[in-house]
Write a protein that binds this ligand. Structure first.
Ligand SMILES: [Zn+2]
Length: 186
């Protein structure tokens, strides 16, 4: 799962990327988690990616900032300029003790984890790697996500559980993947 402009998904089964019958499979970000929710670029409403992507996080941050005092940490961090809000703003505000930052992070983690739990319930993968800039938050993000999944996933009592971790290749994942596809054809 990649958390960027959208929520990207890649399903690897027996060492091969699963692409569906028409090479359009694996659009995990376009599963609806809020009926009649936020409009999505795909034409639906309430897709997972409209909440769990970096774009979704920025939108949630801006929504919550509207009610926050202008001298609170979440506004100070962006010099009072809403256009400077990025995927780190809410996390930085939370670390500065801002309750609005904490509320945004909690809400973000809830939406992210609901979708991840759905994916785990469908696939029960051995491993689920999360990539994208938001993962630089490390355990601040991953520890509560794992706790949420542990509470809600169907196979919570199974001895074998999905390992949830940060993707190792970072921004190079796409280019390394493309190079390996070329190698497979040799
Ligand atoms: Zn969508």
């Amino acid at each position: 799962i990649t958390l960027g402009t959208g929520v990207g998904g890649g399903i690897i089964i027996n060492g091969k990327v699963y692409s569906g019958s028409n090479f359009a499979g694996g659009e995990l970000g376009h599963t609806v988690i809020v009926v009649d929710g936020r409009p999505c670029t795909c034409g639906r409403h309430g897709c997972w990616e409209t909440y769990a992507s970096a774009t979704g996080l920025i939108k949630t941050t801006k929504e919550h900032m509207k009610d926050a005092p202008k001298d609170s940490p979440i506004w100070t961090i962006v010099d009072g300029d809403e256009s400077k809000v990025n995927g780190r703003t809410a996390f930085d505000a939370m670390r500065a003790g801002d309750p609005v930052g904490k509320a945004v992070v909690d809400e973000y983690i809830k939406y992210l984890s609901v979708g991840l739990t759905d994916m785990i319930n469908i696939f029960q993968p051995a491993i689920l790697c999360i990539g994208g800039g938001i993962c630089n938050e490390g355990e601040t993000l991953l520890a509560p996500v794992r706790a949420f999944i542990d509470r809600e996933q169907y196979a919570m009592n199974s001895a074998k559980k999905t390992k949830v971790c940060k993707a190792q290749l970072g921004n190079d994942a796409g280019i390394i993947g493309a190079a390996l596809l070329g190698k497979q054809e040799d």
